[in-house]
Ligand binder design. Structure first.
Ligand SMILES: NC(=O)CC(=O)C(=O)O
Length: 303
């Protein structure tokens, strides 16, 4: 039997409430409070048996272009000092304390030499070592008249790499952030590289969430016959951006294993290799692909 996932894995998504919008916190204290709150929820997930734990996009800051520069941390050269990146050090310590792999949602990052800002995810091993990073590759620039206009590219720069991370005890995961899920190519490449799970810390909103969140999660699962996890912040109607919530885990047939509502919660699912293998046996698109017919999915080849 082919092995994508070396042993069963309990996955937890922490749909975190961050208090970053609150005016009553002194400057900087909201981030410290959010890191401390994230710690308690990650430890709760670990107590619940999870060995891979995911936090949401911008888990310790408000989501909005006006906030990114204020909350940005410097990650390079790596490892950064505690002053440069309190979140790096907090996440590393939390992963070690939880004895679990930790996908630290994302944080705004400032690259000091270029002075560019990124939306960046940090991944730590159970010993607290950094084992991967992903900079959001596709920026959330949309304009739905009368509903929502958002332009991440006013402040952020896109990352230029796709990310597959090896969790030595379990296997490979594809990691991307929120709007990246709308681009099936990156998911497909991660799956072709053997990922058993595609993870998206994300913050869809109350307009695009009902339209596309679950659909996209299930689509990436059915396209690739992998598990898919989408981890959102909980909804906060006092914040300037209203996150959709509804964190979910889909199985390799695109069935929803578990889905949150909009409130703070932790959801869990048990992942196993047999489900991936059996899904691919039953509907064998995996071996039926015709890369001889479409070797260049960008459509840019001269053929
Ligand atoms: N916030 C995002 O990056 C993406 C999103 O909300 C959407 O694609 O819709």
């Amino acid at each position: 039997m082919a092995t994508f996932l070396k042993k069963p894995l309990k996955l937890a998504l922490v749909q975190l409430a961050s208090g970053a919008h609150r005016q009553d916190f002194p400057p900087g204290a909201d981030k410290a409070a959010n890191l401390s709150h994230a710690r308690s929820k990650v430890l709760e997930a670990a107590q619940g048996g999870a060995r891979l734990i995911v936090l949401p996009e911008c888990f310790n800051s408000p989501y909005g272009t006006q906030f990114f520069p204020k909350y940005a941390e410097t990650l390079h050269p790596s490892p950064p000092s505690k002053e440069q990146s309190p979140s790096f050090h907090a996440l590393s310590a939390i992963a070690a304390e939880a004895n679990a792999y930790l996908i630290g949602g994302s944080i705004p990052e400032l690259e000091p030499e270029s002075k560019k800002y990124y939306n960046t995810s940090l991944v730590f091993s159970p010993s607290g070592s950094l084992i991967g990073t992903h900079r959001k590759t596709h920026l959330f620039d949309i304009d739905i008249p009368g509903k929502i206009k958002f332009k991440e590219s006013d402040v952020l720069s896109p990352g230029n790499e796709l990310t597959v991370i090896d969790l030595p005890e379990y296997g490979k995961i594809g990691l991307a952030i929120c709007y990246d899920i709308r681009f099936p190519e990156s998911a497909m490449i991660a799956a072709r590289k053997g990922a058993f799970l595609l993870v998206y810390p994300g913050a869809f909103n109350t307009t695009t969430g009902p339209l596309h969140w679950s659909l996209l999660g299930r689509a990436r699962a059915v396209d690739n016959q992998t598990y898919v996890a989408l981890c959102s912040p909980s909804r906060d109607l006092e914040a300037t951006y209203h996150a959709y919530g509804h964190s979910l885990i889909a199985d390799p047939s695109a069935g929803i294993l578990t889905e949150a509502d909009e409130k703070e919660t932790i959801i869990y699912a048990d992942l196993d290799n047999e489900t991936i293998v059996n899904t691919r046996k039953s509907i064998p698109i995996y071996t039926q692909r015709r890369f001889d017919v479409y070797p260049d999915v960008s459509g840019q080849s001269s053929k």
